[in-house]
Design a binder for this molecule. Structure first.
Ligand SMILES: Cc1cc2nc3c(=O)[nH]c(=O)nc-3n(C[C@H](O)[C@H](O)[C@H](O)COP(=O)(O)OP(=O)(O)OC[C@H]3O[C@@H](n4cnc5c(N)ncnc54)[C@H](O)[C@@H]3O)c2cc1C
Length: 376
């Protein structure tokens, strides 16, 4: 049976960054991905510039979309709002995640796609992991540490903590990929804050290479809500062309209080599997990458100093977990109507903007583990 120091299930942002840093730290690392790579992932692929520091790589231009995001337009329920200059990364997940996987491989991590984690059990001081490859062969792997990076339907966490999941979808998103003409600005990320269109955060529009992406999320009736939003945008911005595809995503993780859990001992959860996606910020890739990096750091330190990796990882993640938990309370989900949302936005928008500029500046000087995830 093959033996590794670290086995990572899932090669999204969290898994590939964890694999890179674990392998770079000299640990025998094996990470797997269920799908054939490069694989698609329902995601807007928009991020702050500090992402480059978190992943520890300069991001080559060819990994980004042909159109840049340079502006953000926030539109309130009364159709008023503000548009401001703000540069962000704009990329597609199939290209970006594949690049991150290759970096981890370059550092010495072993990678296998079209391979799923099926189950795991504890044996003495190790874990025996069962994986299934593309030929449907089941193989057993021995590992000292186990990282769950399988996203919002986390295989390891679901077995350990079934109480964190509902038996129906807790929320869903839909994206329309539209090709054609419009009056929209290709360099702008449009955020529609309106409870008729999204009761979890904002509904979004942006351009990804040749496509306009028009999408939203809701805790129920996502198909109808998505269609309503698309019709509204089509009329408002004179969209002429065709819908190329629709892409959906849903999860049954309970999204309220208690969502964030980092695992313990030698089983660590990272990224969405840890519940770190943040609806208040509208982002999750930065938290996924940071948690992957800090989980690897905790394991390296635990091995060196005979410490408990789970405790170290919790310590490194403490500030970020606190921020994510605080943001769960700030979600717009509990607001009753658009009048309440308008009052909420007017009260918070200026404060949020000032904090954003302040932390954007100071993030350049902070150590990676202390980077403030934005918007704060
Ligand atoms: C519509 C939408 C838009 C978003 N837009 C943004 C955005 O613009 N910016 C941002 O920062 N965040 C955004 N997010 C959030 C972001 O996508 C997630 O927070 C991020 O992908 C989390 O990374 P992860 O590595 O934890 O999980 P994932 O990226 O989901 O990766 C998990 C991986 O594990 C694999 N896997 C699952 N089960 C198994 C198994 N049993 N065995 C092996 N592999 C397995 C999956 O195939 C997948 O590749 C968006 C999310 C959605 C749904």
């Amino acid at each position: 049976m093959e033996k590794y120091d670290v086995f990572i299930a899932g090669a999204g942002f969290a898994g590939s960054v964890a694999a890179k840093f674990a392998a770079r730290g000299g640990l025998r690392t094996f990470f797997i991905e269920k799908y054939k790579t490069p694989r698609m992932k329902s995601c807007s692929g928009i991020q702050f510039k500090y992402l480059s520091r978190i992943i520890g790589e300069k991001i080559p231009q060819e990994k980004l979309c042909s159109n840049e995001i340079r502006k953000i337009s926030i539109i309130l329920p009364n159709e008023k709002g503000l548009k401001t200059s703000f540069k962000m990364y704009n990329f597609t997940r199939e290209i970006f995640d594949d690049w991150l996987n290759k970096i981890a491989i370059r550092y010495g991590a072993k990678f296998q796609d079209e391979t799923s984690l099926i189950d795991w059990e504890t044996e003495d001081n190790n874990f025996i992991v069962t994986i299934k490859d593309k030929e449907k062969n089941q193989l057993k792997i021995k590992t000292k540490y186990l990282i769950d990076a399988t996203g919002l339907m986390p295989k390891i966490r679901m077995k350990q903590r079934p109480q964190d999941f509902e038996n129906h979808s807790s929320g869903a998103t839909i994206n329309y990929y539209f090709k054609g003409q419009s009056d929209l600005d290709p360099e702008c990320l449009y955020q529609y804050w309106n409870l008729d269109f999204n009761n979890m955060m904002f509904a979004w529009i942006y351009k990804k290479n040749e496509f306009w992406v028009i999408g939203t999320g809701y805790d129920k009736d996502i198909s109808q809500i998505g269609q309503n939003f698309f019709n509204f945008i089509k009329q408002k911005y004179n969209l002429e062309g065709e819908i190329i595809r629709k892409e959906g995503f849903s999860s049954n993780m309970i999204m309220g209080e208690g969502r964030v859990h980092l695992g313990s001992g030698r089983i660590l959860y990272v990224g969405d599997a840890a519940g770190l996606v943040d609806m208040y910020r509208g982002l999750g890739m930065d938290a996924a990458a940071l948690s992957g990096r800090l989980a690897a750091k905790a394991i390296i330190k635990a091995e060196k100093n005979h410490k408990n990796a789970g405790i170290l990882y919790s310590k490194y993640m403490n500030k970020h977990v606190k921020q994510t938990n605080k943001n769960i309370d700030k979600r717009i989900y509990n607001l009753k109507n658009n009048d309440e949302l308008l009052t909420y936005m007017k009260k918070n928008m200026v404060k949020m903007g000032i904090k954003l500029l302040y932390h954007k500046f100071f993030n350049k000087f902070r150590r990676v583990k202390n980077i403030k995830l934005l918007p704060a």
